[in-house]
Write a protein that binds this ligand. Structure first.
Ligand code: GS8
Length: 220
């Protein structure tokens, strides 16, 4: 029996993008994406992710897997085609998980402050965010991808935030390429992969979407 795969998602979510990129890396494209309305969550989302009630959720043959980094690891373990996203060596695997977790703990929450906060909170978030990018750039070093020569787990975790680079630049008033040229070059390299380019949203559409979100948040 063919696998039945349903992805509960919203198009602009960096977390959902991770899942879509991982599926694309494995050559899986015959899955159904259901676009959620987070203001009015579907009964299926509430049933499949009763704990967090968040997207993305990958439903594989009726069984849900939640949390984007866990979903990416699940995909890597279930579909053994293409090159693995996680290294086989336990130490290198732990190292990759550490950096993916770092991305998870920092970028979304700090990034949100760049386009939402004002005054001191904004200035502090900007400084910390640039520091995070510089740290990530240091970890990348001169490697092609975070894990070395092949695109892997840390790349999948971080590359969806490429869509946010011009949002950060605009609302943070700084230049990513001036601050982190190697990280920007890495992002361009990743974006040349079909798995990534087909999953990242249109730059302008995404920017306009964030501007709208900001307007709504500011008038609440
Ligand atoms: C985060 C998912 C998330 O924030 C993951 O999958 O990695 N740690 C999780 N999802 C958001 C949409 S993306 O901004 C979400 O579903 N929000 C709705 C809510 O929290 O009610």
């Amino acid at each position: 029996m063919a696998d039945e795969l349903i992805l509960l998602n919203i198009w602009a979510s960096p977390f959902g993008m991770r899942v879509r990129i991982a599926l694309a890396e494995k050559g899986i494209d015959g899955y159904e994406t259901r676009e959620e309305n987070l203001q009015n969550k579907s009964p299926l989302l509430l049933q499949m992710n009763p704990v967090h009630k968040q997207i993305p959720v990958l439903i594989h043959n009726g069984r849900p897997v939640c949390e984007s980094l866990i979903i990416v690891q699940y995909i890597d373990e279930v579909w053994k085609r293409g090159s693995p996203l996680l290294p086989s060596d336990p130490y290198r695997r732990a190292h990759a998980r550490f950096w993916a977790d770092y991305v998870d703990k920092k970028l979304y929450s700090l990034g949100k402050l760049i386009w939402l906060a004002t005054g001191e909170a904004h200035a502090a978030a900007k400084e910390e965010l640039i520091g995070c990018f510089k740290l990530l750039e240091g970890e990348l070093g001169d490697k092609t991808y975070f894990g070395g020569d092949s695109f892997g787990f840390v790349d999948v975790s971080l590359i969806p935030f490429y869509s946010w680079f011009n949002v950060f630049e605009h609302f943070g008033n700084f230049s990513m390429v001036a601050e982190c040229p190697k990280l920007v070059a890495w992002a361009h390299r990743c974006a040349e992969r079909e798995s990534v380019s087909k999953c990242l949203p249109n730059e302008k559409e995404f920017f306009d979407f964030v501007v709208e979100l900001r307007k709504k948040a500011m008038t609440k």
